[in-house]
Design a protein around this ligand. Structure first.
Ligand code: N01
Length: 504
């Protein structure tokens, strides 16, 4: 692709690379299409689009953020089957949006970007296979929970049964009537337990740390409701907005400061664990940390499973894995056919392992050596015309990543528009503005529930949570438009010409 000018409209045509064809990447591509920008390309390392909703196919996969709040604002789906929809339905939705916006021809699947290098005012991009292309903008949309974490348990390789990570499900392995273990009690472990405990001949949940579970019941939407929304599409928007207000006004507040929201949600979790009738078992299920300190697990129908004779909680630490199963430190060998590692992800890699080489040869891997950071979750000093979707300190945590990445994509679009009109050729946030943003955040982070003393994937190498410590609305407010004082901007031809005319 070469840089061109759309003479008719007097606008320049930006070349945009999007890294990742998940929810953020697809959303960004739609925004570009809606703005009439056709010179973009999406790189996707996996063999299909959909990101996390493509990679995760485990039994029981669903989303614990309400679907009406977990969709693009520009593509409301009247057909969600339930308040909290199953994973395959979300993947199908993403697939449909990609079709509606005719994006599939713009995606290179099985294509991992190895490096993008800023040279002569352009991004020179190279894939792992060695293909090269040149862009004006790089949008990183590579997801936050991608790199799986499998614990280095002694003897794991000796296990004679099947074993896999929850995000790398082996669908060739039969499950019905088998002896199944799930290691890990996060959102994933809970959802898999609900799906597999009823079908296994023996089911064991290996718990290192108990987690609070918020009892949110699901409900199917009626045919009448769906028909109404299809017939009167204008109803979709207020409904989506209502769910957003509820989610942001409860979970979004409870995690950042004390108040009725925290009291209410905590009480619901504490009451929920009383579904476990046996006081001894209840004690083992009851966390010592505060509700929401770890990412809150949500759902119903979990605790009751443990009253079945073949379903067990195992909270003796794992000593090693042997050919026949897992041996715990109390000497018991738990004989198994299948071990599922629901042990989470390295949530602090973000864009990496892709390397970005910015101005003066500054590398992303070095910049983020200690811990990923950014300016207002979207950009980085020294990396001009790079915009991050779901970058470090995005407001994740029981919030809708669709809405968050849309806010970030809209911000990127405003910057791309400055380039398009010739105002700006290159822009990156200043070091001073970035440091100020991060220092301000570090001041309030200790007040959040995530810093109240538990171990979770939110906590970075510097010991502080890598999350958004403010209300979700603040994210939208400060990403309305770039504040000129916070940005190093290389003027484009329009501004340069204006300056010349003005004799500046
Ligand atoms: O992973 P996790 P996850 N021995 O990191 C345990 C999103 N998500 O895949 O707490 C034994 O939360 C570990 O124990 P501990 C959501 O954002 C969303 O469940 O560290 N256990 C923990 O119990 C979520 O937060 C949905 O002591 C070991 C578990 O593994 C994120 O994905 C659904 C261990 C890991 O929990 C990640 O959730 C599902 C070991 N050596 C997921 N190592 C939605 O519905 C780790 N563990 C939107």
């Amino acid at each position: 692709m070469t840089q061109t000018t759309n003479g008719g409209a007097g606008l320049r045509t930006p070349r945009v690379a999007i890294i990742g064809a998940g929810m953020s990447g697809i959303g960004m591509a739609c925004k570009l299409r809606m703005a009439g920008i056709e010179t973009f390309h999406i790189y996707e390392k996996w063999d299909d689009l959909g990101g996390t909703w493509h990679a995760n196919t485990y039994p029981g996969l669903s989303c614990d953020v309400p679907s009406r709040n977990y969709q693009y604002t520009f593509a409301p789906n009247p057909d969600w089957s339930q308040i909290f929809s199953p994973g395959p339905e979300i993947w199908a939705y993403l697939n449909r949006v990609a079709d509606d916006f005719d994006l599939k021809g713009r995606v290179s699947l099985r294509t991992e970007v190895a490096e993008a290098r800023w040279e002569d005012g352009e991004w020179k991009l190279r894939t792992k296979a060695g293909d090269e292309a040149v862009y004006d903008f790089v949008i990183t949309a590579a997801g936050g929970l991608v790199q799986t974490k499998t614990p280095d348990l002694a003897g794991l390789a000796d296990f004679e049964g099947a074993r896999f990570h929850s995000a790398e499900w082996d669908h060739s392995v039969p499950l019905e009537g088998r002896r199944i273990a799930v290691v890990g009690t996060g959102s994933t472990g809970m959802q898999i337990t609900r799906a597999l405990a009823p079908v296994a001949s023996k089911f064991e949940l290996f718990q290192r740390t108990p987690q609070w579970i918020m009892p949110l019941a699901n409900r199917r939407y009626t045919v009448v409701g769906k028909t109404l929304l299809r017939r009167f599409p204008a109803l979709n928007r207020p409904l989506a907005r209502a769910w957003q207000i509820v989610t942001e006004g409860t979970f979004g507040i409870a995690v950042i400061r004390p108040g009725w929201q925290r009291t209410l949600l905590s009480a619901m979790c504490r009451l929920h664990v009383h579904r476990v009738r046996d006081p001894e078992l209840r004690k083992r299920f009851t966390p010592t940390d505060k509700p929401m300190c770890k990412r809150l697990v949500m759902g119903t129908g979990f605790y009751g499973l443990f009253s079945r004779p073949h379903v067990h909680l195992v909270d003796s630490p794992i000593e090693r894995v042997e050919a026949k199963g897992i041996r715990t430190t109390d000497g018991v060998l738990h004989e198994l056919d299948v071990i599922v590692m629901a042990t989470g992800f390295d949530a602090h890699l973000f864009v990496r392992p892709m390397e970005l080489v910015g101005t003066d040869g500054v590398k992303l891997s070095q910049t983020w050596e200690l811990e990923p950071y950014g300016y207002r979750s979207v950009a980085l000093p020294g990396f001009p015309n790079v915009f991050m979707l779901i970058g470090p300190h995005s407001p994740f945590g029981n919030q809708s990543l669709f809405l968050i990445s849309e806010t970030q994509a809209d911000f990127a679009m405003r910057c791309i528009e400055l380039w398009r009109t010739g105002e700006v050729d290159a822009m990156s946030p200043t070091r001073e503005a970035t440091d100020r943003f991060n220092a301000e955040m570090k001041e309030v982070l200790p007040d959040t529930i995530w810093a109240s003393g538990c171990k979770s994937w939110y906590i970075g190498a510097d010991g502080t949570p890598s999350v958004w410590p403010y209300e979700a609305s603040h994210h939208r407010e400060i990403l309305q438009a770039p504040e000129p004082a916070d940005w190093d901007m290389k003027p484009g031809p329009t501004r340069s010409a204006a300056r010349e005319t003005a004799g500046v």
